[in-house]
Design a protein around this ligand. Sequence first.
Ligand code: BEZ
Length: 255
Amino acid sequence: MTNTPQNAPGQEWNASDYAQNANFVPKLGSEVVKLLAPQPGERILDLGCGDGSLTERLMQLGANVLGVDASEEMVNAARQRGITARVVDGHQLPFDHEFDAVFSNAALHWMLDPQAVLAGVKRALKPGGRFVAEFGGHGNVAAICTALIAALQFRGISARGRHPWYFPTPHEYGHLLETVGFKVESIELIPRPTPLPTGMIGWLETFASPFLHGLDEDVRDAVLENTLTLLGHSLRDEQGNWTADYVRLRVSART
Ligand code: BEZ
């Protein structure tokens, strides 16, 4: 569920931090797995498999799954679950018409050249194969991004080049899929406010390092504190529980 080269300077993946701060990600993947409807014996590529939690679910449903991820750390975590996984940059998928389906959950927003990714997905699929994915769509974590940018600007630091994510509209992504040669079967934007088990600080520490890349520790801490103060007004309830303003783009397409 991760990707690094040419994508997100400063983003480092740590499998145990991920398991602690973001274990809700695979748990909330049931709908996209349902949309994929994996069949026993199908050959499926899990693009951005992360620590392999959902890959394992696809295997339990009888599919023959290969997981790929740009992070070696996450691939090692996936292998520890007994998953066949490889370190591969999603922009350079090396597969040739060999999969019945390509699946992806919570990964594609890290890959900033979606045309290159989709061209590789199409090439990886057998004729008539399907692509089923869910990732951050237009408006995803908008409050969090705005607060980070404001907190940087407050310290005189430009946010230019620090925003590490691709959050397209259904119109934009549907058009791109058609350009690459897919037929879109369904595409929708789904607001999904998501409770954060370890609070906003856990989320920021796991995912927001590209915004803080290269800052001295005292500046980084001040930016984080200011971000939390700004976000507390909209994303923390009276008991102190935090919710992230997630918006998913869920898509199904065929070659
Ligand atoms: C997401 O799943 O929407 C997401 C996760 C980490 C950073 C940004 C977005």
